[in-house]
Design a protein around this ligand. Structure first.
Ligand code: GRF
Length: 200
């Protein structure tokens, strides 16, 4: 059984979707630890209600290298195989990535490389694109930049607000994050340049 470590900063709906898939036995993995960097993160409460191990390691005011060292220690303590960022609002250092090579995933609410960074749904509306979506990718030390594992597209409708568009994207996020985890854990993926192959 592979062991997942979830890092989050807020609401935790992607974490919940992953936890549902795990609980349904659809991913051959267990959630070993949930770590939040903000004490007020709702995801922490969600984890505890589900009886999953969860800790808060507050990042406020801490140097990135020092903080990431604390994260690595916590994740290693729980023998984590795969790290899933689920609304984790901090860039990870190169040192962290080196500890989990090819084993850190992130989800982003746009079709990368369009609209990296904050407020991707707002960026998409402002730009006037007709299609946007979400992306699960491997994490490197750059923001929203590593090789892409799964994407899903959604239409942008005339009456959309950031809220309605975000909701439409979020439903797809919840679906593709588990799909990407399954693909990575299957061990069949290979990376050639930026391309992730062998998933289908
Ligand atoms: C999601 O839109 C995700 O793509 C982005 O942050 C948001 C987190 O939402 N990285 P949640 O905490 O999983 O509900």
């Amino acid at each position: 059984m592979k062991r997942l470590g979830i890092l989050l900063s807020g609401r935790g709906s992607n974490f919940e979707a992953i936890a549902d898939t795990v609980a349904a036995g659809k991913i051959a993995a267990e959630i070993a630890i949930v770590v939040a960097n903000r004490p007020e993160a709702r995801g922490l409460e969600v984890a505890r209600l589900r009886g999953l191990p969860a800790v808060c390691i507050p990042s406020k005011g801490l140097d990135r290298t020092i903080y990431d060292g604390m994260l690595v220690e916590e994740l290693k303590k729980h023998a984590v195989d795969l790290v899933c960022l689920a609304g984790y609002m901090r860039l990870l250092s190169a040192g962290f990535i080196r500890e989990f090579p090819g084993r850190v995933l992130n989800i982003h609410p746009s079709l990368l490389p369009s609209f990296p960074g904050l407020d991707a749904q707002h960026q998409a509306l402002e730009h006037g694109v007709k299609v946007t979506g979400c992306t699960v990718h491997f994490v490197d030390e750059y923001l929203d930049a590593g090789p892409i594992i799964v994407q899903a597209a959604v239409p942008v409708l005339d009456g959309d607000t950031v809220e309605t568009l975000s909701g439409r994207i979020l439903s797809e996020e919840h679906r593709i994050y588990s799909e990407a985890i399954r693909m990575v854990l299957s061990g069949t993926l290979r990376i050639e340049g930026r391309r992730v192959l062998g998933g289908h």
